[in-house]
Design a protein around this ligand. Structure first.
Ligand SMILES: Cc1cc2nc3c(=O)[nH]c(=O)nc-3n(C[C@H](O)[C@H](O)[C@H](O)COP(=O)(O)O)c2cc1C
Length: 322
């Protein structure tokens, strides 16, 4: 399938794996890129520029296809060494960067001068327009359904995508709630040039996370995610568990007085315990509503092949027959 996104990134299928903390390692990124999509290494998970350089080198050993690095710009008292991370990305010749969080304007000139394509993750039309105006090449439009941080506007993709299509000139991919060929065709119908998936890619044989994480998502339904940290204007969609219920009880009790320090036990440093040790109740971790559509643990290659053949069949048979 040829779209503006496959052309822009030099990939075969318009399918991107979004950056995911403690999930987006070289193994997953390479598997997605080898299957014809665009895999993404999560920059901040690596911690230091040296470790990121090492992860990029590992990925290059596993694939000769294009892949991306995600840079998430978070408000932080001790910010990561973003210039150092960007230098390693440039020196290694990584062709695409997925930015997320704060406006990436400060870092765009360096990336653009190096010829890197930038796709910025946005949860609203106004942020998408901003991304376009500062020179981003594409946008990943994340609807309210998405795993991770859906923003504070709560606009689901059935509204957000056509609104983005009305306003944007640069291409965008649909993100949040995407799982299969049906998602891809629907996303294209609403104006997207491809799709980005997070949660679905965790539940693959190639994702380097504990089996318990994959099984938790397979066993979950679309009713099992919760929104946390809304009062901190840092809303996150997570899979419900004991830690999340404890956190929500604190939110209810403290109301607007809730501070980040009150929920440190449930959110700080929990990802390694969950993703690598499989201690599922260790804290809150991002997961999309799309968990309700995830029922198997295929290889990335099979997942992408199935998405493309299902999309083809929907376009050529189902839609033609109406
Ligand atoms: C476990 C997990 C961790 C994530 N970590 C990040 C991250 O560090 N940076 C980022 O930009 N997005 C992150 N995301 C968001 C994904 O890249 C993607 O935008 C989102 O998962 C799409 O929604 P979906 O889960 O419904 O497919 C994360 C998502 C999940 C599920």
């Amino acid at each position: 399938m040829k779209t503006k996104i496959t052309e822009l990134f030099g990939i075969e299928h318009p399918i991107i794996q979004g950056g995911m903390h403690h999930v987006g390692f070289a193994e997953l990124a390479a598997a997605v890129s080898n299957a014809g999509g665009l895999g993404t290494i999560t920059g901040l998970t690596q911690g230091t520029p040296e470790k990121l350089a090492n992860e990029i080198a590992r990925c290059k050993e596993m694939t000769d296809k294009p892949f991306a690095v995600n840079l998430t710009f978070l408000p932080s008292l001790t910010p990561p060494d973003y210039p150092g991370l960007i230098k390693e990305i440039i020196d290694a010749g990584v062709p695409v960067v997925e930015t997320a969080g704060r406006n990436p304007a400060e870092y765009l000139p360096a990336l653009k001068e190096a010829g890197i394509k930038v796709i910025h993750k946005c949860t609203s039309v106004r942020h998408s327009i901003k991304a376009q105006s500062i020179g981003c090449d594409a946008v990943s439009v994340d609807g309210f359904e998405c795993g991770g941080h859906p923003g504070e506007d709560d606009i689901p993709n059935f509204i957000l995508l056509p609104r983005a299509a009305e306003e944007l000139e640069i291409p965008f991919v649909a993100s949040g709630g995407m799982a299969d060929g049906r998602s891809l065709v629907a996303a294209m119908a609403l104006g997207a040039e491809g799709m980005n998936m997070g949660t679905r890619f965790i539940v693959t044989q190639d994702a380097p996370v504990h089996q318990n994480v994959k099984e938790a998502i397979v066993n979950a339904t679309e009713l099992d995610t919760r929104l946390i940290m809304r009062s901190l204007t840092n809303t996150e969609r997570v899979l419900n568990n004991e830690a999340v219920e404890r956190l929500m009880e604190k939110e209810k009790r403290l109301g607007d007085d809730l501070k980040f320090e009150d929920i440190l036990d449930e959110v700080a440093g929990v990802y390694p315990k969950i993703m690598h040790e499989g201690t599922m109740e260790a804290g809150a971790w991002s997961c999309g509503m799309v968990a309700g559509l995830v029922n198997d643990i295929p290889t990335v290659q099979d997942l992408i092949n199935n998405i493309m053949s299902q999309a083809d069949e929907i376009i050529k048979s189902r839609l033609q027959n109406f």
